[in-house]
Ligand binder design. Structure first.
Ligand SMILES: [Zn+2]
Ligand SMILES: [Zn+2]
Length: 191
């Protein structure tokens, strides 16, 4: 597979430190270039007054601008609650075989469910969620391997059951080395 790269876009009030750490974690996991865009996106245009949530589909449309070179991917990271018409909420969304995706930390924060804030849990959850949406942009569908990042999850507790990695067949489709992901456990877990 070509040497693709991933651009992260800050969408709304995500902490810059969270985004920087996510970028570093993704670069280790994927062994491909990952960078933070030099522009940000406001989610305001995607707000639905009826649902009091933000349209994931609208954010995907906004994230397509400016256009990307064919081999690049772009994922927006946001703090707002996302929905799709058929779902009460989604943790993220992506174009299947497209170039853009979006992931939200909103429901991934332990405090959303009344638990204590936990930066480590949030760090792993958003990493897994971005890996998941990235896989969709490469045409990967939901994987039946329960720990694979491409396994489906609508709830944070489902995200916790997954590894921040893909199973071997999913790795091959993405052109991601398994050893890049394994090194996350060796290096990336330090505070
Ligand atoms: Zn999915
Ligand atoms: Zn898989």
């Amino acid at each position: 597979m070509d040497q693709w790269g991933l651009e992260l876009v800050r969408v709304g009030a995500v902490a810059p430190s969270l985004l920087r750490r996510l970028r570093g974690d993704l670069a280790v996991c994927l062994a491909h270039p990952v960078w933070i865009a030099d522009f940000e996106l406001s989610p305001a245009e995607a707000f639905s007054g009826d649902r009091r949530q933000y349209s994931a589909a609208k954010l995907l449309a906004l994230l397509q601008d400016p256009p990307l070179p064919d081999h690049q991917r772009r994922i927006g990271v946001t703090d707002v609650d996302l929905f799709l018409p058929v779902f009460a909420h989604v943790l993220g969304s992506a174009q299947l075989k497209g170039q853009v995706g979006v992931a939200s930390v909103h429901r991934l924060r332990p405090e959303f469910q009344g638990e204590k804030p936990d930066p480590h849990t949030l760090r792993l959850r958003i990493l897994k969620e971005v890996l998941h949406e990235l896989g969709h942009t490469f045409g990967l569908v939901h994987c039946q391997v329960p720990w694979c990042a491409m396994s489906a999850s609508l709830l944070p507790e489902h995200v916790d059951l997954k590894d921040p990695s893909y199973c071997e067949p999913c790795c091959q489709k993405l052109g991601v080395p398994r050893d890049g992901i394994l090194s996350f456990f060796l290096k990336g877990d330090s505070p």
